[in-house]
Design a protein around this ligand. Structure first.
Ligand code: HEC
Length: 116
């Protein structure tokens, strides 16, 4: 329920931007924010701090985002089970349709939004 509210909030906050982003400029290449809203927000939350226990806080500057792009892209595409969370992260966030390009876009987005 909370996640539904968060998604509703995100759509309200970003207004038309999201639907535009989802459609992409020519119906392709959705931007990172839209990828995040589609495939990541349920677990990582609108603020990146984690929507439930066991999800790492992406806003922690000494946390996951201190890793290199190469490592994080691998985690996003292949999933990661570091043992430090009670649950693993599923490959592509569980979204089979996630492309490598979208993984890069969403990584840029989370660095911009949650990193400093
Ligand atoms: C089903 C819940 C879930 C979804 C959906 C999900 N994640 Fe995660 N994510 C996790 C968990 C749990 C971890 C920590 C796993 C661990 O450390 O073992 C994690 C870790 C991460 C990390 C840190 C990786 C590292 O190397 O430390 C990044 C970055 C990340 N997720 C990005 C994303 C992105 C981007 C998406 C959307 C494409 C996404 N996640 C979707 C649960 C999820």
């Amino acid at each position: 329920m909370k996640n539904v509210l968060q998604i509703a909030y995100l759509i309200a906050a970003l207004g038309g931007g999201v639907s535009q982003a989802l459609a992409g400029s020519h119906g392709e290449r959705p931007v990172g924010a839209a990828v995040f809203a589609r495939s990541c927000i349920a677990c990582h939350g609108i603020d990146g701090a984690g929507a439930m226990p066991g999800i790492p806080d992406l806003t922690d500057q000494k946390g996951a985002l201190s890793k290199s792009d190469k490592v994080l892209l691998k985690s996003i595409v292949n999933g990661i089970d570091s043992g430090s969370s009670p649950t693993p992260m599923p490959a592509k966030g569980g979204d089979e349709t996630l492309t490598e390009a979208e993984a890069r876009l969403v990584l840029d987005y989370i660095r911009r939004e949650f990193g400093n």
